[in-house]
Design a protein around this ligand. Structure first.
Ligand SMILES: O=C(O)CCC(=O)C(=O)O
Ligand SMILES: [Fe+2]
Length: 344
């Protein structure tokens, strides 16, 4: 059992916050999923785009350092993950989510669990449910689940997941190294953080499904949140700008997908490590009437027993030191307020 799974065990989630709606069985948005207009129809700016960085650019380190400082999010091209690998994982995710509900419930996340099929982990914090179903994979957790879903043919799923996790881990390591190098921290800190995170095997893969919605102006795909670990790499092979980020002083901005690019965003742990210099970005997802969107998020994090504290040698720390496990516990109880609980 992975450490990350253990970290979630102390904050069980009630089953009604785990079992998603049978989206195919409804032709209107039930009241349980109907959000106030003001929550959904926020003005969104789509003329401003988040930074796009070519990882082969000799200035890539500086560029992603600036982007993380200014935006907490950017897109990368020339990332070394073949388009075929991105398409394969999306294909397998679609295959999983298109199974009948009865099948998907065989691999339902347990109340104390972190892996399997279910609603978003942030669901209990909101009075309305989201137009979303997910499948979480930590380490090799998908092997048992895939065997339950496709007893005679589980390997096509697990092989694709395995390749994807390896590619994401290498890319996340490369990006983390570039980000750490752009902070004023010691070489030892850079090496030890990058190496211990790489060795930790604490990444998690989240397959997200946003089924077509009969009334997208009243439903939310994923409610506003920040991601908890160091950084997230998101693949969205579709053309729609469903992901939105919140920018102080501007408001909600749509993240327009760029062909072959991956989205990278700063998570809470990197926010703490960088003493707030790389802010974790607040984001949400909207839904569509015509498009069943799939996205795949890879969350990259250190060992859950690792201590996290600001690494800067020149600034006064504004966050206290705590273990990853402690932070996950605080986040599971307080969501958006988690970082304020860690402020000195
Ligand atoms: O689907 C997306 O665009 C974002 C997914 C996301 O925010 C998450 O999985 O945490
Ligand atoms: Fe997220």
């Amino acid at each position: 059992m992975s450490n990350l799974s253990e970290a979630y065990r102390d904050t069980p989630v009630h089953l009604h916050h785990i079992i998603p709606l049978d989206f195919h069985a409804v032709d209107s948005v039930p009241e349980s999923h109907e959000w106030p207009h003001s929550d959904v129809l926020r003005p969104v700016i789509d003329e401003i785009s988040i930074p796009l960085v070519d990882l082969k650019d000799p200035n890539a380190q500086k560029l992603i350092g600036h982007a993380s400082e200014d935006w907490g999010i950017f897109q990368v091209t020339n990332h070394g993950v073949p388009l075929g690998v991105l398409m394969d994982v999306e294909f397998e995710a679609r295959r999983l989510f298109s199974l009948p509900v009865k099948e998907k419930l065989k691999v339902l996340r347990s109340p104390e669990g972190a892996t399997g099929y279910g609603a978003a982990r942030i669901s209990p914090f909101f009075s309305k449910f989201m137009w979303h179903e997910g499948f979480t994979i930590i380490g090799s957790s998908s092997v048992d689940h895939a065997k339950q879903l496709w007893p005679h043919d589980y390997e096509s799923f697990t092989d694709v997941i395995d390749v994807y996790q390896k590619k994401m881990k290498e890319l996340a390591h490369q990006i983390l190294l570039l980000l750490l190098k752009s902070l004023e921290i010691s070489e030892e800190d850079i090496t030890s953080w990058a190496a211990s995170t790489h060795d930790s095997n604490n990444g998690a893969l989240q397959l997200n499904s946003y089924p077509c919605c009969p009334n997208p102006s009243r439903a939310i795909g994923l409610a506003p949140h920040t991601d908890s670990l160091l950084l997230t790499i998101l693949s969205q092979t579709h053309d729609s700008s469903a992901l939105q980020i919140f920018r102080d002083g501007v408001g909600w901005i749509a993240v327009a997908p760029v062909r072959d690019a991956l989205v990278v965003n700063v998570g809470d742990l990197l926010h703490i490590l960088s003493n707030g210099r790389f802010p974790s970005v607040y984001h949400q997802v909207i839904v569509s009437e015509k498009e069943h969107r799939i996205s795949v998020a890879y969350f990259y994090g250190p060992r859950t027993d690792a201590q996290v504290a600001p690494l800067s040698r020149i600034e006064v720390p504004i966050y206290r030191s705590l273990s990853v496990k402690e932070f996950i516990g605080i986040k599971a109880k307080h969501l958006d307020k988690a970082l304020s609980f860690v402020r000195i």
